[in-house]
Write a protein that binds this ligand. Structure first.
Ligand code: ADP
Length: 335
């Protein structure tokens, strides 16, 4: 598979590109960035795997070269979160970057699977969708907002809280909703019912809060030097690898492959979620197949406990605003 990383020289882009260079599913890795792509490419290209690496800057049709024949496009391009900034504060800058990259995808890689990492994902995924719709190349099965880091954090944090009694590798906590603050809803009642029941309200709330605001922990610890990059690259690679495995017919479903997606009626499970939640985009567990998203497990919405129902209500409320912001950025009607 040809895999293109747009924003490859960045904090997320570099470790993500490193992981892709190690993947047996990648044949060609195309690294695109507005700065330093050749440097990152030269470095990664010394690694002794058979993946062919090419580097591209905007000059000399670099973006077109990077995207042509791509099977998978990962987009971490943008500016990172600084202390005190929320993901939504990033909107003004990243929205334009993502729109322009989506336009190039529509022209040069209209059939590629697109994974959006640039924040705020709740808004940037609708931006990409609207651009692809306008260009009449939108395939809802192939556009995914990467929310995997929320699942990774949910597994890690409950494991840490259990002081090692629960192994994070064996956990599979579903996380639904969106990818920013209170829009993130971890479902510990499903992912780890026994341990979850043993927590008091205060412990439970602290655990949920840690998943929702896990990114802040990293932003603060890095003191202005960036946001979550290594764990984000790991999480983005997990989803990319899952898609690549499925494209190769290897469809084991060991973990929930949740992602933030457009609820298109043609995808089984989508109409139920849309009707129940009243949004066009949401993160839910999905079944991934050779063509991308095969179906959505919206039955999970009937299994959540009362407290999580309340969290989901708050999440959906905010999500509606975030989605509308992205859609109107392209449609030109001010939100
Ligand atoms: P993060 O920590 O989120 O990865 P960085 O700022 O470290 O944030 O990385 C973002 C990367 O995106 C930078 O390397 C930047 O040059 C790149 N970038 C910014 N605008 C564009 C664009 N229009 N196309 C491709 N890459 C871009």
């Amino acid at each position: 598979m040809k895999v293109t990383v747009c924003g490859a020289a960045g904090g997320i882009g570099q470790p993500l590109s490193l992981l892709l260079k190690l993947s047996p599913y990648v044949t060609h890795l195309a690294l695109y960035d507005v700065v330093n792509a050749p440097g990152v490419g030269a470095d990664i290209n010394h690694i002794d795997t058979d993946v062919v690496v090419s580097s591209h800057l905007p000059q000399d049709d670099g973006l077109q070269m990077a995207l042509t024949n791509a099977d998978l496009v990962l987009i971490p391009a943008g500016v990172p979160r600084k202390p005190g900034m929320t993901r939504d504060d990033l909107f003004a800058i990243n929205a334009g970057i993502v729109r322009d990259l989506a336009l190039a995808v529509a022209t040069h890689a209209p059939n590629a699977m697109v994974l959006v990492i640039s924040n705020p994902v709740n808004s940037t995924v609708p931006i990409v969708a609207e651009v692809l719709k306008k260009a009449q190349v939108f395939n809802p099965r192939r556009l995914l907002g990467v929310t995997t880091l929320d699942l990774v954090r949910a597994n890690t944090f409950i494991s840490q809280l259990s002081q090692g009694k629960l192994s994070s590798k064996q956990l599979n906590v579903p996380v639904i909703g969106g990818h920013s603050g209170e829009t993130i809803v971890p479902l510990f009642s499903i992912g780890s019912p026994e341990f979850y029941q043993s927590l008091n309200d205060e412990q439970r709330d602290a655990l949920v809060h840690r998943v929702q605001y896990g990114g802040d922990e990293v932003v603060q610890a890095k003191k202005g030097a960036g946001s979550a990059t290594l764990s984000m690259a790991y999480a983005g690679f997990q989803l990319a690898e899952r898609l690549m495995k499925s494209a190769h017919g290897d469809n084991e479903s060991a973990k929930y492959a949740s992602s933030f997606i457009y609820l298109d009626d043609r995808i089984p499970g989508a109409s139920y979620a849309k009707e129940k939640l009243g949004v066009d985009y949401v993160s839910l567990p999905t079944v991934i197949g050779a063509e991308g998203i095969e179906s959505i497990d919206s039955s999970i919405l009937d299994k959540i406990d009362e407290h999580e129902e309340e969290l989901l209500e708050v999440a959906i409320d905010q999500l509606k605003t975030n989605i509308a912001k992205g859609v109107s950025f392209i449609k030109g009607t001010a939100a």
